[in-house]
Design a protein around this ligand. Structure first.
Ligand code: MSP
Length: 665
């Protein structure tokens, strides 16, 4: 049995991400949201433990490995390391990273299977069905040749001898469990969806494969290996002790946070597996919505992914965290846009919280020699100059919103406080009060009130903006790290008069919108040139300290000729060229590449006039994934040298005449 904890535990997880590619901001959104909850729960007195990790088995991963010329183990080890490093770089790694290739996980899966089998919930049978390799799931409703309703790819007909989990026996048990635990599936819309799925009847579930080798062996039953969901889901348990989970005292999980497309696996299969093995069930499954780009789910196969690193290099991680949680109603889908991201940054962070902190603290430095002033009456009533109730009400209201994971409204409410303190300063005009000595007391009250308001706002925003709020906290002269502060214990008047404030520094420098977007997009474009294989790890994200932070320099490992051969370059001829509205650096070109005319968006407008390009022969990379830049689709890339300190482009060209469409080798 585990040793008792001083605080109640809270165990939460992200999905375990497939290692057949690198993270995009859809994945980053899940991990950021989990990290926000982790930090919030810590401030509410919980001993928090967060697991994230990698789901490394399955046909898909095996195929990606073969494509990259690696063994699955080598391939997934390299990719998993990149996921892990990215979460570390972004400060959202949590406490544990479980890999489904870990020995401790194999042991746990085999142990769970044994328990289910001993309890009579496993049987052998044959299965023929339509299978979506990409989603690692049978598509029950599909017939031969039908596409997968989720991803649109063709399904494959598969027949094989499998072990089955007797899911059909769990219909009533699950329905009873959902009734007894109304908050098990959140939000309500997902709960209703799962309920009607289970009410419709449950079929037994095939949980092993004989056709694939890349999986966990079923003990004594070669060539059977466990197949995806009776593997990955169990990772949540392997991460906290597996068969010896009792010793760690973390299981059952308090929260599995997932995207909406995998709610069924978490809310139906997973509790059934655990019931069959007589193990405790997680407390809650929460499904958030999708990040959309141009109205479609962001995903690698659609070629519309946005990577986190360019955004983080230009703006830092905190604006991304804030934007995702403020702009998208948690639980619903939301559109991602660079425009909205940078607008939010400027309006809410630079002009909002950053400006409030700077003006309040600068005035305290100037008028009170850097010491928090003593407001009249302080101490007589035990604390405040009149705003105690207001603060208590705001704290209660905002923590309730956080408790419901209603991040967008919580942030809206916090920023209403920011605006009200700002307005208070504008109305009271401390700079005018400072001109007359007889207003000294009033000035002390105004600046104390603003600083105390700022302190409370900063604490409330901490789960979403952990680094910048910690910096404001220090500037307010607070010695205890903000992450250790308990929200329940915050009340008006705790800011001690006489506290020496810290060294003042700007928190969120304003950025020029179109320039920031162009820098992000240019880095995105650079990154998308690099094929997604373990050898070509994307440059690590360096959280920017300010808006002007430079991108991290990428290492340039040597590649083999076979890697070079993957890049198809051809001679193209520009047919037409025009500027992209709202983007100073981008031109939209129609380029003849021999057998077709391609639309390509190129970042060369600072160096070339559109009219000078028509008729010019250029070098085109023709086998890049299509991308959208400023909403305009780009189908390829024009090769240019990057010159001078500002990286000014010079187009690659030929001294002799060359036919359009000729391949470069
Ligand atoms: N390996 C499974 C999960 C097993 S959990 C035991 C898997 N992996 S995944 O790599 O495809 O990650 C899916 C998760 O990534 C989603 O559930 C969601 O959390 C996140 N997202 C991926 N694309 C997303 C968006 N476009 N928008 C929001 N979240 C997205 O499924």
């Amino acid at each position: 049995m585990s040793t008792p904890r001083a605080k109640p535990k809270y165990y939460l997880t992200t999905p375990l991400y497939y290692t057949n590619g690198l993270p995009h901001i859809g994945h980053t959104y899940s991990t950021i949201a989990t990290d926000v909850i982790r930090r919030y729960k810590r401030m509410r007195g919980f001993d928090v433990f967060m697991t994230t990790g990698a789901d490394e088995h399955g046909v898909n991963v095996e195929r990606s490995a073969i494509k990259a010329g690696k063994s699955p183990q080598e391939y997934t080890t390299a990719i998993a390391a990149q996921w892990r490093r990215l979460w570390d770089d972004l400060g959202i790694a949590g406490e544990e990273f479980i890999r489904t290739t870990d020995e401790r996980h194999h042991r746990t899966v085999q142990w769970l299977f044994k328990r289910c089998r001993e309890n009579g919930y496993i049987e052998k049978g044959h299965y023929t069905g339509q299978y979506c390799v990409h989603d690692n799931a049978y598509v029950v409703e599909a017939g031969p040749g039908d596409p997968c309703p989720d991803c649109g790819r063709p399904t494959e007909t598969v027949t094989e001898e499998n072990y089955f989990f007797k899911l059909s026996g769990f219909q009533q048990k699950l329905l009873d469990f959902y009734t007894a635990n109304p908050d098990f599936i959140r939000p309500e819309s997902r709960r209703n969806e799962v309920l009607s799925f289970v009410q419709g009847g449950l079929k037994n579930l095939s949980i092993t494969r004989t056709t694939i080798r890349w999986g966990i062996p079923v003990p004594g039953e070669a060539p059977h290996v466990f197949y995806v969901w009776f593997d990955a889901l169990i990772g949540y348990l392997s991460a906290v002790g597996g068969p010896e989970f009792d010793e760690r005292g973390l299981w059952p999980a308090d929260l599995h946070l997932v995207g909406k497309e995998i709610i069924r696996f978490h809310a139906v299969y997973w509790p059934a597996f655990l019931m069959a093995a007589d193990l405790p069930l997680p407390k809650q499954i929460w499904a958030h919505g999708w990040l959309l780009f141009d109205s479609e789910k962001m995903s690698k196969s659609r070629g519309n992914v946005v990577r986190p690193q360019p955004i983080v290099s230009v703006l830092g991680i905190e604006p991304l965290r804030y934007y995702l949680l403020r702009e998208i109603v948690f639980g619903q889908d939301g559109s991602f846009s660079y425009d909205a991201l940078v607008s939010r940054y400027n309006s809410d962070l630079a002009n909002g919280l950053g400006n409030l902190a700077s003006r309040t603290l600068t005035m305290i430095e100037r008028y009170f020699a850097g010491e928090i002033p003593t407001p009249p009456g302080y101490g007589a009533l035990g604390n405040a100059p009149g705003s105690a109730d207001f603060a208590a009400e705001a704290l209660t209201r905002i923590t309730q919103l956080y408790d419901r994971f209603n991040f967008s409204l919580a942030l809206e409410a916090i920023w209403e406080l920011v605006a009200s303190i700002d307005k208070y300063l504008t109305v009271e005009k401390p700079w005018a009060l400072a001109e007359k000595p007889e207003n000294r007391e009033r000035l002390a009250k105004v600046l104390y009130t603003a600083a105390e308001g700022l302190r409370i706002v900063t604490a409330l925003a901490h789960p979403v903006l952990p680094q910048s709020t910690e910096r404001i906290w220090r500037q307010l002269g607070q010695a205890t790290p903000l992450s250790e502060v308990q929200m329940d214990l915050i009340s008006w008047g705790q800011l001690k008069p006489g506290t020496k404030i810290g060294k003042l520094e700007g928190i969120f420098p304003r950025v020029e919108k179109s320039e920031a977007i162009e820098r992000i997009e240019a880095m995105e474009q650079e990154q998308s040139k690099v094929p997604e294989t373990p050898a070509s790890a994307a440059a690590p994200a360096t959280p920017a300290s300010g808006a002007a932070a430079a991108p991290a320099a990428a290492a340039t490992p040597k590649i083999g000729i076979e890697d070079f051969a993957k890049v198809e370059m051809r001679v193209g001829q520009v047919k037409s060229a025009e500027r992209v509205a709202g983007a100073d650096k981008l031109l939209q070109l129609q380029v003849d590449i021999g057998d077709e005319v391609r639309q390509i968006v190129a970042g060369i407008a600072t160096a070339y006039k559109p009219e000078d390009l028509v008729g010019r022969k250029v070098v085109v990379v023709v086998n890049l994934q299509p991308r959208k830049l400023r909403g305009v689709e780009s189908n390829g890339m024009i090769v240019a040298a990057s010159t001078g300190a500002d990286g000014s482009p010079v187009l690659a060209g030929f001294l002799e005449d060359v036919p359009v469409g000729a391949r470069l080798k």
